[in-house]
Design a protein around this ligand. Structure first.
Ligand code: OAD
Length: 233
């Protein structure tokens, strides 16, 4: 594998699948069990806050029962040992990258373990249910919502991500279906700036034809092997 100086990695639900977290679009996945309009839009939250808070309470609870897998720990090794610039962007709201040992993770779709107060707009670390309407630790109003980006809302830190994409020489997409923009467009952005592009996924994603290279299989096997190769090059 060639030498790279600036790498951007995008991860999706597939990297956490082997840890036991449901993906969204697989058979029996989250979006077959729940309607996106009900649990992942501001309108759904306004209509039925109990349903939405309960949905994310259950996902936060489920998160406490699983742990990182070899794909997460391999990316942590890359973060420690790679001598160039690395930006790890995840669409995942779980904290398995962090628990796998990564210290710099950009959560573009927010985090389950963070609360956003709709009164004071401050984000606070959060690891408890929200259904009982607890007080915001900052302003005390009982107006917390999950700090998760819903459909129709702007993902976090897009400027920083596009700057990194314009400067990277390698873009790697891991465990994402390529169904949701803007993340699905990152490969074209990076390619447009001359980067090599690599997909690591169980199967070809919706945008697989945009990648210059692809490897198909389980993230828990593909990612450690790829990190090994990259660090040896
Ligand atoms: P998806 O559920 O859409 O896609 C998961 C991808 O991971 C699929 O392409 C699977 O083939 C692949 N996959 C499954 N198991 C895998 C494994 N063991 N190893 C490698 N790949 C595997 O999840 P995302 O692409 O992350 O957004 O979904 C993107 C966004 O859509 C999410 O962040 C969420 C969702 O709606 C919001 O809620 C805003």
């Amino acid at each position: 594998m060639a030498d790279f100086d600036n790498i951007v990695i995008l991860t999706g639900a597939g990297i956490s699948a082997e840890s036991g977290i449901d993906t969204f679009r697989s058979a029996g996945g989250l979006w077959e069990q729940h309607r996106i309009e009900d649990v992942a839009t501001p309108e759904g939250f306004a209509r039925n806050p109990d349903l939405v808070l309960g949905f994310y309470d259950a996902r936060r609870e489920a998160l406490s029962k699983v742990g990182p897998n070899p794909a997460h720990t391999a990316l942590a090794r890359l973060e420690r040992e790679f001598s160039g610039n690395l930006l790890l962007v995840t669409q995942n709201v779980d904290d398995l990258h962090e628990r796998g040992g990564c210290s710099q993770v950009l959560h573009m779709h927010g985090e389950l373990k963070s609360a956003l107060c709709t009164s004071c707009e401050v984000r606070s670390p959060w690891d408890a249910p929200m259904s009982q309407r607890p007080a915001c630790p900052v302003c005390q109003a009982p107006t917390l919502r999950p700090d998760v980006v819903w459909f129709g809302e702007m993902p976090y830190q897009m400027e920083r991500i596009y700057t990194a994409l314009s400067q990277c020489d390698l873009f790697v997409s891991i465990g994402t279906s390529g169904a949701v923009y803007p993340a699905a467009g990152f490969v074209q952005e990076a390619r447009g700036h001359g980067a090599e592009t690599l997909e690591l996924n169980l199967e070809p994603s919706e945008g697989s034809h945009f990648f210059s290279q692809a490897r198909y299989g389980k993230a828990g096997e593909l990612v450690p092997a790829w990190v090994d190769e990259l660090l040896k090059a």
